[in-house]
Design a protein around this ligand. Structure first.
Ligand SMILES: Cc1cc2nc3c(=O)[nH]c(=O)nc-3n(C[C@H](O)[C@H](O)[C@H](O)COP(=O)(O)O)c2cc1C
Length: 374
């Protein structure tokens, strides 16, 4: 009995399997709006067999973008164009689509390095005026007015996400972006009620979650990507992640997606090993009793199956594995001998009827060699 291909209900939506496409920035948007690249990118992922495709980190304000070519949901135009592309993609296939809402904070106005103001960059905001590194500008520390505006921007973006029919919203509170900057003691040195103790550092991200919860329907999942570790001495730890997830659950969070790192230069594990972040997802799931998504170096279907069987997480988030092989779910099902439906025009390539399916990973056929019937 496969766990990977078993259904799971989250906030009223039943997902047919546990495969989620992890949010992945494409840096192919113009003025926050998707391009033809997105039509192709989401088009092939929509046929992949994954239950849910999470749209890349999508800015809630223009100055909350990571770089000038990030996607946004910060205006009616950005929402209209995103809805337009999604309508065309959703015409075929029944994968669900969700969006990761984000504000880049001090990591904004950059793509692999800083985009200067004169090159179309913008002034950045953060909990405290601490630069990412020596080559980065010092961000402005958020005033109370900024906090109010950003909170409102998250809620407005969630409302737009609902209007264009997105099924899931995830707030990005990991990888060193604004909400994570509030959570981590390395980046939050505020002396007001939004900084200091772990409880105070959680306050703004929880306020933002609450504002989104008020507008996002309870019949659709709302979750948060959190950070299991800053991987730096003195940074946030798994205990902080558990405390944050505990508070999130109380105010109506449906799931947490557990990643790590990115808060500063060197904020990464000493070695990236297979399933390296899964123990974080497992720890949060056990301690808090909230559905979790596991992500990071999950490569093979058997690895995914094992993670689910061990009850370390409820969903498997795939990043590079599904960019590499957008038919990963088809091939996973085939490896497990499970028949999942293919889109009708591709039905003749289904492994149950196409004899080549059994041969393709075995070193190839010689010309003229007979193929074993399916
Ligand atoms: C091209 C690319 C873009 C990414 N963009 C985002 C993003 O927008 N938001 C996010 O939370 N993580 C982002 N990530 C991280 C992935 O979602 C995922 O957590 C990471 O790649 C680890 O999973 P993997 O080993 O399956 O690739 C990105 C990763 C890649 C490879």
């Amino acid at each position: 009995m496969s766990q990977l291909f078993s259904p799971f209900e989250l906030a009223g939506i039943t997902f047919p399997n546990r495969i989620v496409v992890s949010p992945m920035c494409q840096h192919m948007a113009n003025d926050g709006q998707p391009s033809d690249w997105h039509l192709m990118h989401w088009g092939h992922l929509a046929l992949s067999g994954a239950a849910l495709i999470m749209i890349e980190s999508t800015a809630v304000e223009a100055n909350g973008r990571i770089g000038p070519h990030c996607l946004g949901l910060y205006s009616d135009e950005t929402a209209h164009q995103l809805g337009n592309v999604l309508d065309r993609v959703r015409k075929y296939g029944d994968a669900r689509f969700g969006v990761q809402l984000s504000h880049a904070g001090r990591k904004g106005s950059s793509v692999r390095g800083r985009v200067a103001l004169r090159e179309g960059g913008w002034r950045t905001y953060a909990p405290s005026a601490i630069a990412v590194g020596p080559d980065w500008p010092v961000p402005a520390d958020c005033t109370m007015q900024d906090l109010k505006r950003i909170r409102h921007s998250f809620a407005a973006a969630a409302r737009r996400a609902e209007e264009i029919g997105l099924d899931v919203v995830e707030l990005h509170a990991a990888h060193g972006y604004l909400l994570h900057q509030f959570l981590s003691p390395l980046t939050n040195r505020r002396e007001d009620s939004f900084g200091g103790s772990a409880k105070k550092r959680m306050r703004f991200p929880l306020d933002v979650f609450q504002a989104v919860r008020e507008v996002w329907p309870t019949s659709r999942p709302l979750g948060v990507r959190i950070s299991g570790s800053d991987w730096i001495e003195g940074g946030a730890s798994i205990e902080d992640a558990i405390a944050f997830a505990t508070e999130l659950k109380v105010i109506g969070c449906d799931f947490v997606d557990v990643s790590s790192g990115g808060i500063a230069t060197g904020s990464r594990p000493p070695q990236v090993t297979s399933s390296y972040q899964v123990p974080f997802a497992a720890a949060v799931r056990t301690a808090v009793g909230i559905p979790t998504w596991a992500v990071g170096m999950i490569v093979s279907p058997h690895q995914a199956e094992e993670i689910l069987a061990q009850r370390a997480s409820d969903f498997i988030c795939l990043g590079r594995a599904i960019l590499d092989d957008p038919r990963w779910p088809w091939h996973a099902a085939e490896a497990m001998g499970i028949s999942i439906p293919y889109p009708e025009p591709y039905s003749r390539s289904h492994f149950s009827v196409w004899p080549g399916a059994h041969e393709r990973w075995k070193g190839g056929l010689k010309s003229g060699e007979t193929v074993r019937p399916a």
